[in-house]
Design a protein around this ligand. Structure first.
Ligand code: ZN
Length: 575
């Protein structure tokens, strides 16, 4: 969507691009002429100990040089050099989201984004607006990145609510990975009646009269989804293009996708080959489902994934494997019982012995592994497994085994992880959006203890920051704000775990690059690094903290190419 403000900003943008400028006091003899030279108000290179810089020269997709003063790099300017002279800009290395789900973001990029609704009426209104521009009879589907705890009524909408939005379209509301709600027309198409038998492992929610309300949980979900036509490869690649552009528009230049199925790797490769990926992708390949997980099947799968690790490039490569040890917000494995449920401590999805066998195999074949461990019992169990992997596979390179989330990581477990050199990825946007639901299950104190980032850092851990979209939003500054304030939907939780703005940005740049094993190419702005840059109109290091969430990039650059300007946030424009 183009607004007058955007047109103005684009105009200002182009006016700021000058032609050739005479060189003044060049400090470095250039090796080559730059493609782009930027003179900015501040360049935070995130190189340890370096002060704020003012100019940067970029060529061949890499940083050629960084200068202290705005005109230090004028000698890099040639006849075809684009010069951006704009002292209102503050530059950082592009942000690296160390745990997010680009694949999921792509799959819901064209769906109705209901997470901005404040109540059921607002929710219905968004679906009504989509119905107004959708041919009658066509399905309307919502994205899954929202939570009913964040609606004023704190409940799921039902078919009778959705029917107020449209009677001419089947509607499928998705929430997280476990819940669907159909409107009446959707129920009719799915053949859902009061006589429909409940599938094993699923729930069909019914009213007092025994009639289905439209809400389907777990194994019952498939009823609606299986009548959807499968998307074509072309459609999925187009969705990857749009989603990756939207990440870039929110300041992200590299994503570590925390669950890519083997059959999705060719999609990412095709998008890369056609120049449609706007962010760098590091795929963690996950094994779909839990059925038939015998060891010969697993090792054959790992052998196939290993063939991908050799063929990657700077834009797309396989980072390693992903396993999920316990449940999420509603099912994380804890040492102490859930609130009001003395017999329930969440669920481990793996027998530790089986997990050890699989991870040892991966480690012996030099495949990196990240394991989702959310509750404290899962963290302890995983560290037990990792300890044995180190015994079985000595000389494992640093960073080969990663703790994903470590939501509840008490001091004893942190000390073990740090001693073994196991990095951890944290996702404050997840805590922000799920706070009400977490308090419901774990109580306020345990929820406040989620992501003890301050302690991890003080004690010497390598920490990478991220979003875990669709559980949390992926906007980089929103996430930084969350780490600095510990503000959530349920108020401030665990302020003692907060960190400073500069540290939070470090966890998204230089430390994130170390975590993914690419600090030689990414994470800081210095000569020889890939030219991934995010520019803001104000300096996040020097504005009131409360203004961080509304700070959006002026532009984002990947490999020296400007990918997104502030008018290109597709997701925002849809709203
Ligand atoms: Zn995740």
């Amino acid at each position: 969507m183009t607004t007058p403000r955007h047109i103005l900003s684009i105009l200002v943008w182009f006016l700021a691009i000058e032609g050739v400028q005479a060189g003044q006091r060049p400090q470095q003899a250039p090796r080559r002429t730059a493609d782009i030279v930027i003179r900015a108000g501040a360049i935070h290179t995130m190189t340890q100990g370096q002060k704020t810089m003012r100019s940067i020269a970029i060529g061949g997709g890499e940083v050629l040089a960084v200068g202290e003063a705005p005109h230090d790099l004028d000698a890099f300017i040639g006849g075809s050099t684009q010069v951006i002279d704009d002292l209102t800009l503050t530059l950082f290395p592009g942000f690296i989201d160390t745990h997010t789900h680009l694949i999921y973001a792509a799959s819901d990029i064209k769906d109705v984004h209901v997470n901005e609704a404040k109540d059921i009426a607002g929710f219905i209104d968004l679906i009504r607006k989509r119905a107004a521009v959708t041919p009658k009879g066509n399905w309307i589907r919502t994205a899954s990145d929202w939570n009913e705890w964040n609606l004023a009524e704190q409940r799921m909408p039902q078919a009778s609510d959705l029917d107020k939005a449209t009677s001419g379209h089947p509607v499928l509301v998705r929430r997280g990975g476990h819940n669907d709600v159909l409107n009446t027309m959707g129920m009719r198409l799915a053949g859902l009646t009061r006589d429909t038998p409940t599938p094993r492992g699923g729930t069909i929610v019914k009213d007092e009269g025994g009639n289905p309300t439209g809400w389907l949980i777990d194994a019952a979900k498939g009823m609606a989804e299986r009548i959807f036509p499968a998307k074509s490869t072309e459609d999925r690649i187009e969705e990857l293009r749009l989603a990756s552009l939207d990440y870039a528009a929110h300041g992200i230049t590299t994503v570590r996708d925390a669950f890519v199925e083997e059959n999705e790797l060719p999609l990412l490769r095709a998008a890369r080959d056609r120049g449609l990926l706007s962010v760098r992708v590091r795929a963690m390949v996950g094994f779909p489902g839990f059925a038939g997980r015998d060891s010969s099947q697993m090792s054959a799968w790992m052998d196939r994934v290993a063939t991908w690790t050799a063929s990657g490039d700077d834009l797309f490569r396989v980072w390693g494997l992903k396993f999920v040890l316990d449940g999420g917000a509603e099912n994380g494995a804890t040492e102490e019982p859930y609130v009001g449920r003395p017999d329930f401590r969440g669920q481990l999805m793996w027998d530790p012995g089986a997990l050890l066998e699989v991870i040892s195999y991966a480690a012996r074949h030099r495949l990196k592994v990240g394991v989702h461990a959310w509750g404290d019992r899962a963290v302890r169990t995983l560290l037990d497994v990792y300890e044995q992997v180190f015994n079985e596979v000595p000389n494992l390179p640093k960073g080969s085994l990663v703790l994903e989330h470590g939501g509840l990581s008490p001091a004893k477990e942190r000390a073990r992880a740090i001693k073994m050199g196991i990095p951890v990825t944290v996702q404050n946007p997840l805590l922000h959006d799920l706070a009400f639901g977490l308090i419901q299950g774990w109580g306020t104190q345990r929820t406040a203890d989620v992501f003890p980032v301050r302690e991890w850092l003080d004690e010497g851990a390598l920490v990478g920051a991220g979003s875990d979209y669709p559980v949390g939003e992926y906007d980089a500054m929103m996430s930084v704000w969350g780490m600095v304030t510990r503000q959530t939907r349920a108020g401030i939780l665990g302020p003692e775990h907060a960190i400073e703005v500069a540290t939070a940005i470090r966890l998204y740049t230089s430390d994130a690059a170390r975590l993914i094993g690419e600090s030689d190419r990414l994470g800081t702005l210095e000569s020889g690094k890939l030219a991934d840059v995010v520019a803001y109109r104000r300096d996040p290091m020097n504005i009131p903290i409360g203004e961080l969430p509304s700070l959006h990039p002026a532009f984002t650059m990947v490999g020296g190419r400007i990918i997104a300007r502030d008018d290109q946030a597709a997701r925002k424009a849809n709203r």
